[in-house]
Design a protein around this ligand. Structure first.
Ligand code: SAM
Length: 213
């Protein structure tokens, strides 16, 4: 199928049909060519309703999960967002269409290089990818308006909450190795507000504030 038609179909059947309503976010999913973020042999499945392998035992998340996390993060133009777990670079690309600057951290250098290359080819110049342990956040660039963790953590790292500005949102899957709960944590003047967004399944967040490798 033509990729433009495949994206329109994905947005209608997988995102709008499941309650993704933000028009800017739906526009970003219509714009970003998801097939450029998967390997050649998987391109024909790039717009299907599930995660796909990106090598190194890692995955590009299901389109709906990327959309749900993005809508829950509520990125606004001019905002500074941190993504932990660059993977293919697709989530970072979606965010780059919706906010001012995206910082993204990946622990596997080959994935980081591949994602950088795709972003450069697409002209998405407001994304900075770093190699390292994202479970500790990125204190040098803090505070952030939003932080999205795209790997499952055993608990919410305090370091990430500390790196949120006032009104900042943290979206993070928390649970055991096979099943997690997606949580939204908002830092306010009064303290921290936390809510559950439902169940999910991610690869492990490996690092100092995550799982051991
Ligand atoms: N957001 C990605 C995308 O759009 O393709 C999907 C991410 S994949 C589900 C999870 C990624 O988190 C993997 O690439 C993995 O290597 C990375 N990861 C796991 N622990 C990490 C850590 N402590 N710091 C940075 N990246 C980490």
């Amino acid at each position: 199928m033509d990729p433009v038609l495949a994206r329109q179909h994905m947005v209608k059947e997988q995102l709008e049909a499941r309650g993704i309503t933000d028009t800017r976010i739906l526009g970003a999913f219509r714009e970003v060519p998801r097939h450029k973020f998967v390997e050649e042999y998987l391109k024909y499945r790039a717009y299907d309703d599930y995660p796909l392998s990106i090598g190194f035992g890692q995955t590009i998340s299901q389109p709906y999960m990327v959309a749900l996390m993005t809508q829950s993060l509520m990125p606004k133009p001019q905002e500074k967002i941190l993504e932990i777990g660059t993977g293919s670079g697709y989530q970072a690309a979606i965010l780059s269409r919706l906010c001012g600057t995206v910082h993204s951290i990946e622990r596997i250098s080959a994935l980081a290089s591949r994602a950088r290359k795709v972003h450069d080819e697409l002209g998405y110049y407001n994304i900075n990818i770093r190699i390292g342990d994202g479970s500790q956040g990125l204190p040098k660039e803090a505070p952030f308006d939003g932080i999205v963790v795209t790997a499952g953590a055993p608990h919410v790292p305090g370091a990430l909450i500390e790196q949120l500005g006032e009104g900042g949102r943290l979206i993070i899957p928390v649970g055991d190795e096979s099943l997690q709960e997606l949580r939204r944590i908002v830092r306010t003047k009064e303290g921290v507000r936390e809510e559950s967004l439902g169940g999910c399944r991610f690869v492990k967040l490996i690092g100092r504030n995550g799982w051991e490798s």
